[in-house]
Design a binder for this molecule. Structure first.
Ligand SMILES: [Mn+2]
Length: 301
């Protein structure tokens, strides 16, 4: 059989890869950009993350875990259907759903943020009472953008139709979105970036999520551009690496994260720190989700 990813490595590199049957984690790469509004390049995001992931140390020095031991299997690049972007959401929903039904913890790699509503719909169909946690610089709550209700700028408006959203790190939205937030979207809550100086925001951001099934969507422009400089729509004043990991660690301990995605990496020459940070983050998420299964086997211990 031909290699379904061409020359791209599986997530974590060949050394880390598991056969489908024994993998708890399925990585679903979705190389889609159709509606990106500013910088282009999100279609190359999954390839850059997979390539960088082969450079990630398989032992996580912070936690002492080896997340690949949970079993990570990487799907072929999702074929992107022609035509309106709603079809992409449907294709993601179908494939993510198949993987979920096979018992996998699905990590979707975008691609632009418009890949998220499909994965959220697949998760919501299988987890009653689903909540969404969104790390993002933008609210993405426009009813539609340039005539397209499935645009990346409307991604969370589509998600809000499926499950309540907790948006974290937001620092840029339009007057229309501000009005929608003010008017009240059922279950919607936002923690703005300017409310997130120092530690303490993590507790506020997690409040009420204990025990809840959560879909985690990470738009990489949530981070400060010093951490992730390569996104289509960079925004100053983002959040740093370690405070975010403290939040995610608490989220995974207290809620039940049923699936996640990392979106909007727009790889750029010379900025491979961004690709690596995204890969490192995805690998850490596997350890947070499967701490028991990720326990390291260190020689001599
Ligand atoms: Mn976004």
């Amino acid at each position: 059989m031909a290699d379904p990813r061409g020359a791209l490595p599986p997530f974590g590199g060949e050394e880390a890869a598991s056969p489908f049957d024994s993998a708890r984690v399925a990585v679903l790469p979705v190389p889609y950009e159709g509606t990106v509004s500013y910088g282009r390049g999100a279609a190359a995001g999954p390839a850059a993350i997979l390539t960088a992931s082969a450079q990630v140390e398989l032992f996580d020095e912070q936690t002492g875990l080896e997340p690949f031991r949970a079993g990570i299997w990487t799907d072929a690049l999702l074929p992107i259907p022609e035509g309106p972007s709603e079809r992409v959401a449907s294709a993601v929903e179908r494939r993510a759903g198949e993987l979920m039904d096979a018992g996998k913890w699905v990590v979707t790699l975008g691609g632009e943020h418009s890949v998220t509503p499909g994965a959220v719909r697949a998760a919501a169909r299988r987890s009653a009472g689903l909540r969404i946690v969104q790390l993002d610089a933008h609210a993405d709550l426009r009813e539609s953008y340039e005539g397209d209700p499935w645009s990346h700028a409307s991604a969370m408006a589509r998600c809000a139709e499926v499950a309540p959203i907790r948006a974290i790190g937001v620092r840029n939205y339009s007057a229309e979105e501000a009005a929608r937030i003010r008017a009240g979207i059922p279950g919607y809550a936002v923690v703005h970036a300017w409310e997130m100086e120092g530690d303490g925001w993590q507790e506020r951001a997690i409040e009420g999520l204990d025990g809840a099934p959560v879909y985690l969507t990470i738009d990489l422009d949530y981070f400060d551009p010093s951490v992730i400089p390569a996104t289509g729509t960079p925004e100053p004043g983002g959040i740093a690496w370690w405070p975010t990991l403290r939040f995610l660690d608490a989220l995974f301990r207290r809620a039940r994260v049923v699936a996640c995605d990392l979106v909007e990496l727009a790889p750029a020459p010379g900025l491979h720190a961004a690709d690596f940070a995204a890969a490192r983050l995805a690998y850490k998420l596997v350890g947070m989700r499967f701490p028991e299964e990720s326990r390291a086997r260190v020689p001599g211990r």
